[in-house]
Design a protein around this ligand. Structure first.
Ligand code: BTN
Length: 228
């Protein structure tokens, strides 16, 4: 796989689009990003000391309904990386990795479909390694969680190594720790509490609202976890 390193770039997810016309998997890493992008149109803090990486992959005949496998794999690679530095990570459904109750990493996936298949996927991963997070109470770095300095280069190397190794959906589920807990769901104008029951292979979260068990997609709801 081709791997490209840049000192700085607007967003690795945007930069990597120049390879969309090819067919070879590519990884682009940057030391900083000037326009790091998060999910839901948010920006993503991308200063010195973080890992900012995008992988462009061309899955082989992956049905569109299995596209969540790519997200799950990305989250697993981050969890394996955190574990390599002695940290106990958790996946906060669907696309964040947490350590010590704070956000360690975010993932932004952009997909291209051809008919019923996933044609390409841009997997953008940002991991806090040794960046200054003193202004952000809700985030944590690998260095803070490990209690020792974790250089961004080391974290990046591990992340690439882990991303290249395949994973299973069971491995993804092993990092989900909030099942059975009460979560607060916001679905349009409705807000209610429910019990998180399961994460399905297509990425939907099964919840029990006391009346029935339903499966919700991340696009439809937002939720607060760990209420109990
Ligand atoms: C989120 O937490 O909302 C997702 C953040 C994704 C950030 C990564 S950093 C590498 C890649 N380039 C971007 O502009 N975003 C992703």
């Amino acid at each position: 796989m081709k791997i490209e390193f840049l000192d700085t770039v607007d967003s690795t997810n945007d930069y990597i689009r120049r390879y969309l016309n090819g067919s070879e998997n590519v990884i682009v890493c940057a030391g900083t990003q000037t326009k790091g992008r998060g999910t839901k149109g948010r920006s993503f803090l991308s200063g010195e000391g973080g890992v900012y990486l995008s992988a462009l992959i061309f899955p082989d005949a992956l049905p569109a309904e299995n596209a969540f496998r790519v997200m799950a794999h990305a989250a697993v690679s981050v969890c394996r990386t955190a574990e390599a530095f002695g940290i106990d990570p958790q996946i906060k459904w669907a696309n964040d990795v947490f350590a010590c109750g704070k956000k360690l990493s975010g993932i932004l996936i952009e997909n291209g479909f051809s008919g019923k298949f996933l044609k390409w996927s841009i997997v953008g991963i940002g991991v806090n390694a040794e960046n200054d997070l003193s202004e952000v109470d809700t985030a944590i770095s690998l260095s803070q969680a490990a209690g020792r300095n974790v250089p961004a280069e080391q974290a990046r190397e591990k992340l690439i190594e882990n991303f290249i190794m395949p994973s299973s959906f069971e491995e993804y589920l092993s990092y989900i720790r909030f099942l059975g807990q009460t979560v607060r769901v916001t679905e349009g104008v409705r807000e209610y509490e429910a019990t998180a029951v399961n994460v399905l292979a297509d990425g939907r979260l099964e919840i029990d609202d006391g009346k029935e068990i339903r499966a919700l997609s991340a696009a439809e709801i937002s939720f607060r976890w760990g209420l109990k």
